[in-house]
Design a protein around this ligand. Structure first.
Ligand SMILES: NC(=O)c1ccc[n+]([C@@H]2O[C@H](COP(=O)([O-])OP(=O)(O)OC[C@H]3O[C@@H](n4cnc5c(N)ncnc54)[C@H](OP(=O)(O)O)[C@@H]3O)[C@@H](O)[C@H]2O)c1
Length: 261
């Protein structure tokens, strides 16, 4: 299926590794020019150069700490300059600390919200004029925890719920301005995050790597973990002309992990 994305421009926050880098890989494969944002300039430069060489597109790294409002504004300006205009924004930067509620600090709460929630709000606002001019799309990478509260995920779950609400509200603005705004709620994907969870499980139980995977899959009640590329494939469709009627949606990509309607 020709998605019609070739030559279009996307900004991906958190694009140096994990889901963001995998999404960048798929969009580059579809011929999109990209700006990738994260803090670590060396990792960003490596990802950008690899994708540019593999797919023959322009990939510009913009290094910024997106938890700070002024840095988001500067990064957005740099992205518009580099791309000449933006068709797509994917908000994938995010890190929220898990743990016992009474052990989490004010700083943990603030950094979780500053990065994942406020960077998405601020980047959407900063790039909106360009997205409106191009009749573009935003996709927020959220997480199933927004609809599945858990005692050890009070920060991440509430950030995700806030981001889902924001997605829906901004989609209504988008109906006036011609910008589609949607979300993806990933389940458990093979990223560093999963590797960390499996390592913790092994340390707690002394089990093997295979047993840790089997235990987690059994807990989740699913057959396998997701491959990061699968998030990119879904997003490529969501931002394409084939999904022009998709607005204000939050799509779960979790192999069936979240029960509930
Ligand atoms: N992986 C999963 O299975 C999964 C499941 C559900 C939801 N999610 C959500 O999906 C999003 C991406 O997750 P991931 O697993 O891909 O995370 P990850 O592998 O930890 O990557 C996070 C990305 O964000 C960047 N980043 C972190 N702090 C930043 C900051 N202050 N300013 C700018 N960039 C920053 C990182 O680069 P630097 O560190 O260099 O800045 C990196 O590029 C998160 O919001 C996460 O909650 C992931």
């Amino acid at each position: 299926m020709d998605l019609g994305l070739s030559g279009k421009a996307a900004v991906i926050t958190g694009g140096s590794r994990g889901l963001g880098a995998a999404i960048a890989g798929v969009l580059a494969r579809e011929g999109m020019n990209l700006v990738l944002m994260a803090r670590d300039g060396a990792a960003l430069a490596t990802t950008a150069a690899t994708l540019a060489q593999a797919h023959g597109v322009a990939v510009t790294p913009v290094s910024a700490d997106l938890s700070a409002a002024d840095a988001v504004a500067r990064a957005a300006d740099a992205a518009v300059s580099a791309l000449g205009g933006v068709d797509v924004l994917v908000n994938s930067a995010g890190a929220t600390k898990r743990g016992n509620f009474f052990s989490l600090t004010e700083a943990d709460w603030e950094s979780g919200y500053d990065l994942k929630f406020f960077s998405a709000v601020r980047m959407s606002r900063a790039l909106w004029p360009s997205l409106k001019a191009r009749q573009g799309a935003i996709v927020n990478i959220v997480g199933i925890g927004g609809r599945m509260p858990a005692a050890d995920f009070t920060i991440g779950g509430s950030v995700n719920a806030a981001l889902l609400n924001f997605t829906k509200a901004l989609a209504e603005v988008g109906t006036q301005d011609g910008v589609r705004v949607n979300a993806v709620n990933p389940g458990f994907f093979r990223t560093d995050r999963l590797a960390h969870s499996l390592r913790s499980l092994r340390e707690q139980t002394g089990c093997s790597a295979e047993e840790a995977e089997a235990t987690l899959l059994a807990r989740l009640g699913v057959r396998r973990f997701g491959e990061a590329r699968e998030v990119g494939d879904l997003i490529a469709f969501m931002i394409s002309r084939h999904a022009d009627y998709l607005n204000g949606a939050a799509i779960e990509l979790d192999g069936g992990t979240r029960r509930g309607i």
